[in-house]
Design a protein around this ligand. Structure first.
Ligand SMILES: [Zn+2]
Length: 107
């Protein structure tokens, strides 16, 4: 499946509904899916990506708090408070990615 996100996929996970990559509304992390399943410490849904963060942008600015950490966004299509989420996208050809293990034009 072309758009399937599996372990090892390089992804960008947006914090909010927007998809801005720059500017004050740009809030996302980029990294690698290292697992799928429960998010610690308590989870009953088992529907989360585990993403090892290589780059963090918040409000359009580079941040480092989450770099090297794992984040647990819900799997795409998971029903939530605001409807089915689709906040994680597979990186196919993003802008030049500078840090960590990410390189430009992945996959
Ligand atoms: Zn959960």
């Amino acid at each position: 499946m072309k758009n399937e996100i599996t372990v090892g996929t390089k992804v960008r996970s947006f914090d909010f509904a927007g998809r801005e990559l720059t500017g004050e509304r740009a809030c996302y992390v980029e990294g690698t899916v290292v697992a799928k399943g429960k998010c610690p410490p308590v989870c009953v849904c088992s529907k989360h990506y585990h993403i090892l963060v290589a780059r963090q942008v918040f409000g359009g600015r580079e941040r480092t708090e989450l770099v090297g950490e794992i984040v647990y966004p819900p799997l795409n299509g998971t029903e939530g408070m605001f409807g089915a989420t689709d906040g994680v996208v597979k990186i196919v050809a993003g802008p030049a990615l500078r840090s960590g293990t990410l390189t430009a034009g992945i996959i």
